[in-house]
Design a protein around this ligand. Structure first.
Ligand code: ATP
Ligand code: MG
Length: 384
């Protein structure tokens, strides 16, 4: 019989509403691992126990837990009753890996009623292991560490532990609208908000031209990968070409990118309200491109009454790219595609557009009507 112990991350810092966070994490584990149907999942103090159960596919479960926000680390464990004899006998029969030369025992005892303290357990079980294997103890650089957690509800024995994603479980922080381009940054930005417990829905603007199917395919694949973290996601595909054609007649080429971005927020705002989301998420990072100078970002963000969160704002591209690889979006993001925002831009775009100018251009044509038309022709997909 095997169990898994899951240690959650920041939930430990919550006091009164801790059960709220823990229950969400348990729900997410159940959803992520259909194989656990009928298996007991218990909330213990500071950790979650999955099992014990026969025939748990640890490999497959690990693959899912690795991708679940809110988990600090997890481990396959042997669960024992709180009893010294049970501990001794489990250590006697414990299957051990080959080729080990140095080991140590590391005990954590939260159950103060146990007759031995953690130092005494280390010594006693260390001696027993030594007699059984002949391996020397090495406290500084052991090749194997036997962990013993003595809790109120049981003793847990394990060797390795695997790090999780950390953060908070998806579902504890409310909903956001992710503005998803086909690039590297915006999927990573959405992921960062999952890790803060948010759910997102996705809005993508397109001016499908000749590679219509490829672009669509690419964005849908990105959302499929991202949906794994929150189980399912809604994707709005919004046509942008009508608006763009109208915009380019009034906005000079140097300022078009900022104008496009403002219009995206205006189109998406009623979607945010309908979905009861609390703000937008973008992949902006200060200074990355001309439209992402502080001056231009404030002109862009002031197109909406809602907060715009940009979790990559102070990040460098390399860190973002590494994270994109880790979460599985990078290979899709680098596929070539026709970005709607590259439509009729200047080679040297304006880095400091003013809000007054932006607004004066927008008054020159029936912007609201165009926005509404775009929204009404959006295609809505449920992914995952
Ligand atoms: P990435 O494309 O991933 O963001 P980037 O550096 O290319 O990185 P821009 O193209 O300048 O960024 O866009 C900045 C942000 O604007 C994106 O991160 C995204 O949130 C939003 N955005 C840009 N294009 C679109 C689009 N076609 N649909 C929805 N949102 C978009
Ligand atoms: Mg982009």
């Amino acid at each position: 019989m095997t169990s898994l112990i899951v240690h959650y991350d920041e939930i430990g810092t919550k006091s009164d509403n801790r059960p709220f966070f823990e229950k969400q994490l348990v729900r997410n584990i159940r959803r992520a691992c259909p194989a656990l149907q009928g298996v007991r999942i218990r909330r213990l103090y500071g950790r979650i126990q999955v099992g014990p159960a026969e025939g748990l596919d640890i490999e497959a479960l690990g693959a899912r837990l690795r991708d679940l926000p809110g988990i600090a680390w997890f481990s396959e464990v042997r669960a024992l009753p709180v009893d010294l004899e049970a501990l001794r006998s489990a250590v006697r029969d414990l299957p051990l890996p080959d080729g080990i030369r140095r080991f140590k025992v590391q005990t954590r005892r939260s159950n103060k009623n146990f007759p031995l303290d953690s130092v005494q357990i280390n010594r006693e079980i260390g001696r027993q292991m030594q007699e059984r294997t002949g391996w020397p103890v090495d406290l500084d650089s052991p090749e194997l560490t036997l962990h013993i957690d003595v809790t109120q509800q049981g003793i847990f024995l394990y060797f390795d532990r695997e790090r999780g994603l950390g953060g908070l479980p998806v579902g504890v922080s409310g909903k956001l609208v992710s503005l998803l381009s086909g690039g590297i940054d915006s999927p990573v930005a959405a992921f960062k908000m999952f890790r803060r417990g948010c759910r997102t829905l996705f809005v993508h603007f397109h001016n499908y031209g000749r590679d219509a199917q490829e672009v669509r395919q690419k964005v849908v694949r990105l959302v499929e990968v991202l949906a794994r973290y929150q189980f399912t996601a809604r994707l709005y595909l919004v046509p942008f070409s009508g608006l763009q054609q109208a915009l380019v007649t009034v906005v000079p080429p140097e300022a078009r990118m900022v104008a496009y971005r403002r219009v995206m927020l205006r189109i998406a705002e009623p979607i945010l309200e309908k979905e009861d989301a609390k703000g937008f998420v973008t992949g902006d990072s200060v200074g990355q491109v001309a439209s992402q100078t502080l001056d231009n970002l404030q002109v862009i963000y002031r197109a909406t009454r809602y907060p715009v969160f940009a979790p990559l704002i102070g990040e460098d591209k390399r860190t973002t790219t590494d994270l994109a690889r880790r979460i599985g979006t990078y290979d899709i993001s680098i596929l070539p595609y026709q970005d709607c925002c590259s439509f009729l831009l200047a080679r040297h775009p304006e880095t400091r557009w003013s809000l007054e100018e932006a607004e004066s251009y927008e008054r020159k044509f029936p912007l609201d009507r165009y926005c509404q038309e775009a929204r009404e022709s959006a295609e809505v997909l449920v992914v995952g």
